[in-house]
Design a protein around this ligand. Structure first.
Ligand SMILES: Nc1ncnc2c1ncn2[C@@H]1O[C@H](COP(=O)(O)OP(=O)(O)O)[C@@H](O)[C@H]1O
Ligand SMILES: [Mg+2]
Length: 320
């Protein structure tokens, strides 16, 4: 398995939206966040995943300057958070807990109160309500809003002032499947629409797997895996070639350095760390070796499987 915290994916170029080095937070003797080295690329939707109690909220609170780390460093867009606190935090929008809303007031007013406190232009309220799709119900009281509408309202508030970074702690918590779908669509559109980077946590992989471009898995305070979704998933691809001579095909593939190859009655079956061009190269080698390839099936790894496999290998770790 990759060393904890190593980035898996294209070399990260340029300034990261979030970078932490050796971040630690203790509560008494408990290490809630344990030497976290996060790398969040700009304009990514970064899914911060882990079971309840893993340390997600504590990490996010540190990123927002709400809790002081015991050790380590945080830089946001290349600036040290500690020494550039005000300027840095002004570029971040966040929903950190269950949204606190004024139920008796309209959705519009809920956002507008924050807008006024922040000294932003009035048009900002209308803009953010539009982004989250609440313009038609902006005049209605929040008491009549569904959970999904409340979460979107909280997101609207976080979008005030056009932040460069959004930190969203479990924004799909408590939503029904339709609400989750709406939130997903919204989050995956945001980086294209506004150039924002979205750092979003969830304890349920399924809620972010289709929107995240990068993920980090945290377990018992440790970051056990992080990288681009595309690279993480191509790290183990199962490929089946249907061929006229599986034994001969197996030799050709073994000679290319693929270790796990099984020859079946009319197929060979292998696990490879290859991207598309690597798969094409294996295909070409088979054909050039004189074999007839009549079908290729590529079963891409799923994040779900990666998540389960990684967590189960971690639960066998000895405690620190
Ligand atoms: N203020 C606190 N005081 C004591 N322990 C805390 C506090 N906040 C969080 N913890 C503990 O730290 C661990 C990580 O919690 P948290 O960051 O909330 O996890 P997650 O958000 O992933 O569910 C948990 O064991 C939790 O009980
Ligand atoms: Mg939490």
């Amino acid at each position: 398995m990759a060393k904890s915290g190593n980035w898996i994916g294209a070399k990260v170029l340029g300034t990261l939206a979030i970078e932490t080095q050796g971040l630690v937070k203790r509560f008494g003797r408990q290490v809630a966040v344990n030497r976290l080295d996060l790398k969040v690329p700009q304009q990514s939707v970064f899914g911060f995943l882990g079971p309840n109690g893993a340390g997600k909220s504590t990490t996010m609170r540190m990123l927002l300057g709400l809790t002081t780390p015991d050790e380590g460093r945080i830089s946001i867009f290349g600036r040290d958070l500690k020494s550039n606190r005000i300027a840095t935090l002004s570029e971040i929008g966040a929903t950190i807990e269950a949204p606190a809303l004024y139920d008796h007031a309209s959705g519009w007013l809920n956002v507008d109160l924050t807008r006024r406190l922040r000294g932003l232009k009035r048009a900002e309220t209308d803009r953010v309500l539009e982004v989250v799709g609440l313009t038609p119900v902006g005049a209605k009281r929040v008491s009549g809003y569904s959970m999904g509408m409340r979460q979107r309202l909280a997101l609207a508030r976080a979008l005030l002032g056009e932040p460069k970074l959004l930190i969203l702690d479990e924004p799909t918590n408590g939503l029904d499947p339709e609400g989750i779908e709406d939130m997903r669509a919204l989050l995956s559109d945001l980086p294209h629409q506004t150039g924002v980077t979205v750092f979003v946590s969830s304890h349920l992989l399924s809620e972010v797997e289709h929107v995240a471009t990068s993920v980090g898995l945290i377990y018992e305070g440790r970051l056990i895996l992080q990288g681009e979704v595309r690279s993480l998933l191509s790290a183990q691809t199962r490929i089946v070639f249907q061929v006229n001579n599986p034994e001969q095909a197996k030799h050709i593939v073994l000679a290319r350095g693929v270790a796990d190859v099984i020859a079946n009655a009319d197929t060979i079956d292998m696990l490879v760390e290859q991207d598309r061009s690597g798969i094409a190269a294996i295909n070409r080698a088979l054909v050039e070796g004189g074999l007839e390839v009549s079908a290729v099936s590529v079963q891409l790894n799923t994040l779900e499987k990666l998540y389960r496999d990684t967590l189960s290998s971690c639960s066998q770790w000895a405690p620190l």
